[in-house]
Structure formats: structure tokens, C-alpha cells
Write a protein of this length. Structure first.
Ligand code: SAM
Length: 281
């Protein structure tokens, strides 16, 4: 069954009386080339987890290249469809649930033991950032996360300091992973086409975070504070979140060669780490 064919998609819709739910980000991929790009970038070594299989187009590609695929789908209506479209595979397990509510650590441990897995997905765009944050913050045994996201989001994750795309989510990604944009994907390659263009983003998970900090909580508190009000100076942003007198905070920043009147978005991860370590008791 060629699940990349819009004709096949229509036939399956007719067979199961399926209508797309916009609210669940149901835009199905129709490009074999992009599927190949995703599978190659995922560097699967045995096991893979997918989020949101839809009709199973990426699931099939993953199943052909893995020992085992676990795929998580929120929409109950798709369970019968997936049973039909994935019937040729005996290495796919479908879990019906919300990725944001499931205990992914437990699932990976139960399904794959101690082996590191890859995550691949054409993500529902309404929850891209919380999904990526969850996968990174839970420190799961993952090698690579390869996900289709809105083009702007891919550029945000891979952004450099001082660019307009650089934000708190950039720092989160680059703390835990090495991000790169695999390929741009035009909206015309989906059924139905979304309103925005997309890109495949790869997050190669680092063995150790990219900067060493005394206390991770303080590090992310500094990052959050620095980006909370982009038009304010770093000094004002930090003073709004840490109970330290302005003059003292200013001296502290200057002693680290960081100009207090800079904007948060100009700081590198190393500079965030320096500030965080100085603020850690
Ligand atoms: N993988 C298919 C493809 O590439 O054509 C479908 C991708 S579609 C962009 C996103 C899929 O994620 C849909 O099947 C949707 O029902 C599912 N989904 C949406 N929210 C979800 C959630 N919270 N947890 C799990 N799956 C979700």
C-alpha cells in the first residue's frame, strides 16, 4: 500500500469514513524522499518511537528500518485504520494516548530495555514545543530526535545568539542536543496542506549537556528571566527574578565581563552558565 499517494489517502478516508481533525494537527506527509531523509537522519539502531502515526506513512518507513517501532497516537479513530494499513508489519506496537500525558521513560524501558532508541515524528504543530521540551528534559535514553516541525520552529532551535530566532527554547535544545535542519519541506507535500511551510529538524542528543553548570534549575531560571522581556536589559530582567539589589547584580555581571545593559538574546550558553554558577549558592 503506497501511503504517500494522495489517492490512497482518499481511499482510506472513504473506507473508514475518516475526516481530518485540524485541532489535532492532522496533515499527512506524501513525500517518499522526505520519509527517507527522516529515517536516515534518525540513525536507528534497533528501536524507534514515533509520535502521531496518522495513517502510518512514517510508521511503515520506520518499521522497514527498525527491529521494533512503538507509535503513540491520541486519536482513537485511527486505531482501526492503523490495524489495516500496518497489517504487513509484526514489529509495530500502537499505543493510544496523549504523548504529553504518558510516562515515556517507563514505555521506553518496558519496550526497549536499556538500549538507546531514536525518536521520529511528523509532529502535531499545536504542541511541538512542549513535546520537544518533554523529550529533552526527561533525559530519556535517546540517540536522536528527528521531527517535522514548522519551518520557523526548526530555525529557532538551531539559532545562534543575537539572531531574532534565538530564545529560551533555543538554549534548552542546545543545552541537551546538537540541532540541525535536515531539509525544508513545502506545505504542498502534505494532505491537507498546512498553512505554513515545514522543515525536518534533527536533535542529536549529547552524552553530557553542552555546558557544565552547578545547578540546572538556576541555569534555566536565568535563561527564562533573560528572555522574559526581550526589550529590557539583562540587568533588569535578572533583577525581576532574583532578589538581589541592582547595584550588586550589575557589579556581578561586570566582574564576568558581561555588560549589564546587553539584551538576554545576545548571551551564549557559556555566558548563561557563568551567570547561573555565580548565582548558585
Ligand atoms: N505521521 C503521520 C504523517 O506523517 O503523515 C501523521 C502526522 S500528523 C502531522 C500528527 C499526528 O499526531 C496525527 O495523527 C494526530 O492525530 C497525532 N496527535 C495529535 N496530538 C497528539 C498527542 N497529544 N499525542 C499523540 N498523538 C497526537
Amino acid at each position: 500500500m503506497d501511503l504517500t499517494s494522495p489517492r490512497t489517502i482518499r481511499d482510506i478516508q472513504d473506507k473508514f469514513g475518516f475526516t481530518f481533525k485540524k485541532g489535532l494537527g492532522q496533515n499527512f506527509l506524501t513525500s517518499q524522499t522526505v520519509l527517507d531523509n527522516i529515517v536516515e537522519a534518525a540513525e536507528i539502531d534497533g528501536g524507534a518511537i514515533e509520535i502521531g502515526p496518522g495513517f502510518g506513512v512514517l510508521t511503515s518507513a520506520l518499521a522497514r528500518n527498525s527491529d521494533k517501532v512503538v507509535t503513540i497516537e491520541i486519536d482513537e479513530r485511527l486505531l482501526a485504520v492503523l490495524e489495516y494499513t500496518l497489517s504487513e508489519f509484526d514489529n509495530v506496537k500502537i499505543i493510544n494516548g496523549d504523548i504529553l500525558k504518558l510516562d515515556i521513560k517507563k514505555i521506553i524501558h518496558e519496550e526497549f530495555g536499556d538500549k538507546k532508541i531514536s525518536v521520529a515524528a511528523n509532529l502535531p504543530y499545536y504542541i511541538t514545543t512542549p513535546i520537544i521540551a518533554k523529550l529533552l528534559e526527561e533525559r530519556l535514553p535517546i540517540k536522536n530526535i528527528v521531527v517535522m516541525v514548522q519551518k520557523e520552529v526548526a530555525h529557532r532551535m538551531a539559532a545562534k545568539p543575537s539572531s531574532k530566532d534565538y530564545g529560551a527554547i533555543t538554549v534548552l535544545c542546545q543545552y541537551f542536543a546538537e540541532p540541525s535542519v535536515v531539509t525544508p519541506v513545502p506545505a504542498s507535500l502534505f494532505v491537507p496542506p498546512p498553512k505554513v511551510d515545514s522543515a525536518v529538524l534533527k536533535l542529536k542528543i549529547l552524552d553530557e549537556p553542552s555546558v557544565k553548570v552547578k545547578d540546572e534549575k538556576t541555569f534555566f531560571k536565568v535563561v527564562k528571566a533573560a528572555f522574559a522581556q526581550r526589550r529590557k536589559t539583562l540587568l533588569n530582567c535578572l533583577c525581576a527574578s532574583f532578589p538581589i539589589p541592582k547595584a550588586e547584580m550589575s557589579c556581578m555581571l561586570e566582574s564576568m565581563d558581561i555588560n549589564p545593559s546587553r539584551r538576554g538574546e545576545t548571551l551564549s550558553l557559556d555566558e548563561f552558565a557563568k551567570i547561573s554558577d555565580t548565582l548558585t549558592k
